[in-house]
Design a protein around this ligand. Structure first.
Ligand code: PLP
Length: 374
């Protein structure tokens, strides 16, 4: 049986999600905007699904907008905040360890004259809230800070960022990329004090191609697309009812005790992996499902390939940065050999101790059969 320990990249579609998608595609295929029975049936189902995802996120259904993915949500949030603050300034605060879905649009905006402050993490992968507060200016219109880092599993000070914005009387909107946090760590948008929040379905057992965006009630943002009136006119396009049904089914099946279960697997893994000769723990992460380790002297790409040959799947960092050194690990200021040997290991509720044992045994075998590079 292959061992899959790259659940931060994506998760297998759970049976409940696949079944819900099938039902929506076969029985419930009507267009929710149609006034006749099949359309109204699809609309009713959509309302239930929106309510289920909103409840899990801790917001009202009116504050939840379905998108096609986390990348879309991140891009939309950035654009929305800049439009919202266009008369107040052109300064943006973010971190150097955000996902490419935030960093890449910001790079383009910088080329268009926006000023971007990228806060660096400390050696443990955390952004200092005091530094964030210091970076805020009267012309800061957006703070985008992820809730859980996708390569380190570290929790970032989003609630403190909200307090700092308030304390300083800064006009900035606060966006958080909660793609890795959703259902894994407890939060609600209101508790965090964010204006915009992004999640994605394929990290929690739904298929790829569905996400959701929280937009605080009362906040006026420009539409992402122009078209029919779906999603309150802000994200038009006939709703992907099968994807949404699958997303809601994945959310409904999630058990409240799963984060604790996942965390105990990670704890077991950190112990088992520590016994691999030369292995260093880079980040144990506060989020239950992600940790990062390194085997200095063994290039990550080679480790990933050798482990894959043994039927064990982990990643050398974010799946979106294949082949390139990860900007996240680079931002930690790790020594070169440590940086080159980094692996991300990430867990799901289905991960077992046997999975971890197979990973530890695979790594041990590699250290016994391969000669470390200098
Ligand atoms: N943000 C974070 C933190 C992620 O981990 C990912 C996916 O890896 C994304 C955004 C992008 O989400 P999606 O793959 O749904 O576009």
């Amino acid at each position: 049986m292959p061992v899959y320990l790259d659940n931060a990249a994506t998760t297998p579609v759970c049976p409940q999600a696949a079944q819900a998608a099938l039902e929506a595609m076969t029985g419930g295929w009507g267009n929710p905007s149609s006034g006749y029975a099949p359309g109204q049936g699809a609309a009713a189902r959509l309302r239930e699904d929106r309510a289920a995802v909103a409840k899990a996120l801790g917001c009202t259904p009116q504050e939840l907008y379905f998108t096609s993915c986390g990348t879309e949500g991140d891009n939309w949030a950035i654009r929305a905040a800049l439009e919202h603050g266009k008369r107040k300034g052109r300064h943006i605060v973010t971190s150097a360890i955000e996902h490419a879905a935030v960093l890449e649009p910001l790079k383009t905006l910088e080329a268009q004259g926006y000023e971007v402050t990228r806060l660096k993490p400390d050696r443990t992968g955390h952004i200092d809230p005091a530094e964030l507060e210091e970076a805020l200016r009267p012309d800061t219109v957006l703070v985008s800070l992820m809730l859980v880092n996708n390569e380190l599993g570290t929790l970032q000070p989003v609630a403190q960022a909200a307090e700092a914005i308030r304390r300083k009387g800064c006009p900035a909107l606060l966006h958080t990329d909660a793609v890795q946090a959703f259902l894994k760590v407890p939060f609600t948008p209101a508790e965090l004090g964010v204006d915009l929040l992004t999640v994605s379905g394929h990290k929690i057992g739904a298929p790829k191609g569905i996400g959701a965006q929280y937009i605080r009630q009362g906040l006026r943002v420009p539409p992402l697309l122009l078209g029919g009136g779906q999603e309150n006119g802000l994200r038009p396009g006939t709703e992907p009812t099968a994807q949404i049904a699958a997303f809601a089914a994945a959310v409904r099946r999630w058990e409240p005790e799963w984060p604790e279960r996942i965390a105990s697997r990670k704890e077991y893994a950190l112990k088992a992996l520590s016994a691999v000769p030369g292995l260093e723990i880079i980040s144990a992460g506060e989020a239950p499902h992600i940790c990062a380790v390194s085997l200095p002297g063994y290039p990550s790409e080679l480790l990933v390939r050798d482990l894959s040959d043994k039927g064990v799947y982990v990643s050398s960092g974010s799946a979106c940065h294949k082949g390139k050194p990860s900007h996240v690990f680079a931002a930690l200021g790790l020594p070169k050999r440590t940086l080159a040997g980094v692996l991300r290991v990430s867990f799901s509720p289905e991960s077992t101790q046997a999975d971890v044992d197979a990973l530890a045994a695979g790594l041990k075998e590699i250290t016994e059969t391969r000669i470390a590079m200098r």
